[in-house]
Design a protein around this ligand. Structure first.
Ligand SMILES: [Zn+2]
Length: 166
């Protein structure tokens, strides 16, 4: 027995809570999934208090259910796709979009990927050779963007050369 297996009172009704495993329903829209949830359970009102690892496990089940209902990839599926394409999280975001921290958020379950991003990853999983075609246009766009900025810098330099008060 570890320390937290001793008695605890329910914050809802004040009854004794027990550390045990009970079936619990995870819901998203009209879909539900039953999980075996180990937590502090109140014998009287059914309130449950989760601790770290159990809360994470329940959240993982929720993420998978949500991904299934919304037709997007789950955090684990995003990670598997990215790793099979041999991209770091930063490289994947740069190539595929979604913002600099996008893949960290998808894989930690903070933000679900869009349907578009999920479909793009699905296509790339089937045809990883297409990744090369995404890499090339990115370089062209970067090269074009540097030119107007250089012209602006020249224009500013010529203005500052005029003597004050002229
Ligand atoms: Zn209670």
């Amino acid at each position: 027995m570890t320390k937290h297996k001793q008695g605890k009172r329910c914050t809802e009704c004040g009854s004794v809570m027990r550390w045990e495993t009970r079936p619990d329903e995870v819901r998203y829209h009209d879909r539900a999934r039953t999980v075996a949830l180990t937590a502090w359970w109140c014998a009287a009102c059914g309130e449950a208090v989760l601790e770290g690892p159990e809360a994470m496990e329940r959240d993982r089940v929720f993420q998978e259910l949500r991904a299934e209902v919304d037709g997007v990839l789950s955090p684990a599926q995003v990670r598997a796709a990215r790793e099979s394409l041999r991209l770091s999280a930063a490289q994947a975001a740069k190539l595929l979009g979604g913002g600099a921290k996008a893949f960290y958020k998808y894989e930690r379950g903070e933000t679900p990927p869009s349907v578009a991003m999920s479909n793009l990853l699905r296509l790339l999983m089937r045809h990883p050779e297409l990744l090369k075609e995404l890499e090339a246009p990115a370089r062209i766009i970067r090269a074009r963007r540097t030119r107007p900025a250089a012209r602006i810098a020249v224009a500013r330099a010529s203005v500052s050369r005029k003597p004050p008060g002229s």
